[in-house]
Design a protein around this ligand. Structure first.
Ligand code: PLP
Length: 356
């Protein structure tokens, strides 16, 4: 026991449960939505070369990386801030804009890091339930905004349920809240989207200074272990976030790896891999539905089995079949798309599950 004061908001934080880590070659690790492929050779070469220089500090705000990201999205460098993963950046955003007791509206169930970040910022999470088919309830989210609301979070495609916001839904959300409310759109899985109706929040930035878009190198770029994410938004907000963010928050090899990942050839390979994963995802979804499963639309590199009370049993069934999935007790199991062989193993396990 310690006599040191721990903030009550911190004492009551829900635990962030990471996806189970692999325990051997034979186990399909489908618990954290990572890419099943190693980093690209050019990226690996850049980060290995940079590792030899780590007796020196990196650029403090990652200027070269910020420049490369700004070029990629045709925005000004002043609109971009990089950080040690997008989760760290979302924490910095909320620390920047929330006073004690302010409200943050979010869809639920969604990314489990959100309620933790909100609580650490001293704010209150206002959770708006997803619709029955796992989508954001856009009208209900807008209706949940009050004079106490500082920010609204959206996750598209939504982790763990799978559907993404259409361009119309995204526009309705951004235009449906007062301009003093910051709308944070987390697009960690946007590279895997194939539905042409799905929107891209970056296209709304020019008209909406209260919009902030979050992206990451952790998923399609196959760099989860390097911890690099970024936000794109209005320069005044971005500058304030930068003043809160950890100095030298993206380490030297990580900056080099992310810059290499933005080279045209690397981006082309990332897009090719994302398309392969999306094709596999669609194959798996069709097979699951043919087996009789109810599965919400999946636009990311994962799908959601909402088995409720059977969640822990289904996760154990997967484990026995050599598959690590991500159970959310009492709600459902999220399964990442892996290699075709791993996905076949998943489909064999789901076919052998009686209660679907
Ligand atoms: C995986 C994931 C991220 C990525 O977080 P990093 O800190 O950048 O690794 C962000 N948002 C959601 C919804 C995710 O599922």
């Amino acid at each position: 026991m310690t006599d040191v004061h721990i903030r009550p908001a911190v004492q009551t934080l829900p635990a962030y449960v990471p996806g189970a880590r692999s325990t051997g070659e034979e186990v399909a690790k489908l618990s954290s939505n990572e890419l099943p492929y190693p980093p690209q050779e050019s990226v690996l070469a850049a980060l290995t070369a940079a590792a030899g220089g780590v007796n020196r500090y990196p650029e403090m705000t990652g200027d070269a990386l910020v420049e490369a990201i700004a070029q990629r999205h045709a925005v000004a460098p002043e609109q971009v801030v990089v950080g040690n993963g997008s989760v760290a950046l979302i924490q910095h955003v909320l620390d920047t804009i929330c006073d004690e007791g302010d409200d943050v509206v979010l869809p639920w169930r969604s990314f489990e890091a959100y309620p933790i970040c909100i609580a650490v910022a001293g704010a209150r999470a206002v959770k708006v339930p997803l619709t029955a088919d796992g989508r954001h309830d856009v009208a209900a989210m807008i209706a949940a905004v009050t004079s106490r609301t500082r920010a609204l979070l959206a996750c598209t495609p939504n982790n763990p349920s799978g559907p993404a916001l259409t361009a119309d839904e995204l526009t309705a959300l951004v235009e449906g809240v007062p301009e003093r409310v910051l709308v944070i759109v987390d697009e960690a899985y946007l590279d895997f989207v194939t539905d042409p109706a799905v929107g891209d929040a970056l296209t709304l930035l020019a008209d909406h200074p209260n919009l902030l878009v979050s992206r990451t190198f952790s998923k399609a770029h196959a760099l989860a272990g390097m911890r690099v994410g970024y936000l794109v938004g209005e320069p005044g907000i971005v500058s304030a976030i930068r003043s809160v963010a950890t100095p030298f928050g993206v380490n030297l090899p990580a900056q080099a790896a992310a810059i290499a990942a933005l080279e045209p050839a690397a981006l082309a390979e990332t897009a090719r891999r994302a398309a392969v994963v999306a094709t596999e995802r669609d194959r798996v979804l069709a097979a699951l539905r043919a087996q009789g499963w109810q599965v919400p639309d999946a636009q990311g590199n994962f799908f959601w089995l909402a088995v409720g009370e059977q969640t822990d049993a289904l996760a154990a069934h997967f484990r026995a079949a050599g598959i690590l999935a991500r159970p959310f007790s009492g709600e459902g199991v999220r399964v990442s798309i892996g290699t075709p062989a791993e996905n076949d193993r998943v489909l064999a396990a789901t076919a052998a599950w009686p209660a679907r």
